[in-house]
Design a protein around this ligand. Sequence first.
Ligand SMILES: [Zn+2]
Ligand SMILES: [Zn+2]
Length: 347
Amino acid sequence: MPEIPQDSALLRMEVGGICGTDVKMYATPPSKAPVIMGHENIGYIAKVGREFTRRKGFKEGDLVFVEHYVTCGQCEWCHLGQYRHCESTDWRYNPDAIRYGYTSAEKAPHLWGGFAQYMYLPWNAVVHHVPKGVTPELAGLVTPMSNGVEWSLFDGGVGYNSSVLIQGPGQQGLSQTVVCKQAGASLIIVTGTSKDRARLEVAKALGADYVVDVQKEDALARIVEITGGKGVDVVLDCSAGAGTMPILLGIDALKRKGGTIVVQGEMAEFPNFPLAKMTLKFVTLKSARGHSYKACELALQQLASRRFPLEKITTHTFGLKDVDLAIKSVGGHGVPDVIHASLMPWK
Ligand SMILES: [Zn+2]
Ligand SMILES: [Zn+2]
């Protein structure tokens, strides 16, 4: 157990959410260093220095959500609450960057990940109160839900009367569905493949107006039919490992002029990208990259509202000894029918 200086705290982990990024990093680790994975972390403040409480307002026993960015606290991005863009959190380009779940456990005081019983919180950890009535397990959805707020509302501009195509009914696509519904979207279409049958049913229960199996139906023809030939205002790509297809479909499915597509693909190459079509349709293309402080706060309020049957998403929990099975199951190779899995280290 680490020493806790006056300006730091110790988190007793309750729930570590597991997402598609874990599946990717577990299969192909970005570095050779030993890493305690787990970047979607909920727990109780177990030990806290006086300065940490004075500066940040958290005391022992508080249930909190910790963003995975450990910030510089000085740059413009940090002052904007956009810690995802701070250079101190940019593990791809900065070898000293700290992110929970990504950082070498060789770096003192070592507890930089949520798939563990305790996690270290320095003065520059980004911590949110979990509202009363939200259980740790429900709070485990805060990351996909805050991405939902960021990508659909802030990036995609979804709001009252918007028509939206959400590609991929995993935990991320389903969270987008909830957020779009709450924001007043008048039409939500969710696409998936034949193995997603159960998830597409969940999408309907959470507010999707139509679901489309892209392996059984001509998805574009169906979207054209549903929208009366108009296309949709916004496309959110939440598919995983589907290559260039969702982006090609997304650009085609957008309305005649001025639609927005938000993508999270990290393919190194995109042969024959339809740039001319995108330009002529006056499409805005945006990149989905994590979440802001504000998006997390809105997501926590969304969870507290109890307005949607979110227990349909929080399908599985695993103990620490089953972390291998848990990550594989989220990747579709293990326990079947997992949508969102929580790692509960004391289970
Ligand atoms: Zn994640
Ligand atoms: Zn910064």
